[in-house]
Design a protein around this ligand. Structure first.
Ligand SMILES: [Zn+2]
Ligand SMILES: [Zn+2]
Length: 146
């Protein structure tokens, strides 16, 4: 699998692209920036630890609230895996998530250009797909080697 690419947009660009009018507080901008710089799909606690040096007074509750607002406005994605804390992703490219069963890492997998979901999954006639929300599971390259 080629290395996943992440397009980092500034919060303003992303808000524009998502047609969102999310309020840009200083905390929200820093939280978004942390996510845009991260490739590893951090949990809320990870985001909190990374934002704390930039905003020393920030609380975990503030991080949760802002992650929720950013998710709600479509600027970031919440990645839910069974029995694991939610992770967050600011990659605006259409992609699915690959989850390593051994080390627990989550990687972005871009959709190849010619994918035609109705050919891969049987859908009721007349269905319309708006987005792909698929989790692939397996072993990441370093775990597969071990
Ligand atoms: Zn792994
Ligand atoms: Zn992702």
């Amino acid at each position: 699998m080629p290395p996943a690419t992440t397009t980092s947009l500034t919060l303003a660009e992303a808000a524009n692209a998502a047609g969102s009018d999310v309020r840009m507080t200083a905390a929200r901008k820093q939280i978004y920036d942390v996510l845009a710089e991260s490739r590893d799909h951090p949990t809320a606690t990870d985001v909190f630890l990374r934002v704390k040096p930039r905003i020393p007074g920030i609380s975990l509750a503030t991080v949760y609230n802002n992650l929720e607002a950013l998710t709600h406005s479509g600027l970031i994605k919440q990645v839910n895996l069974e029995r694991m804390p939610s992770r967050f992703c600011a990659n605006q490219h259409e992609h699915v998530h690959f989850h390593c069963d051994a080390c627990g890492c989550v990687m972005d997998a871009d959709v190849t250009e010619n994918i035609d979901p109705p050919q891969h999954w049987q859908l009721p006639a007349g269905s319309k797909i708006n987005r792909l929300d698929v989790t692939l599971r397996g072993l990441c390259p370093s775990c597969a080697k071990a």
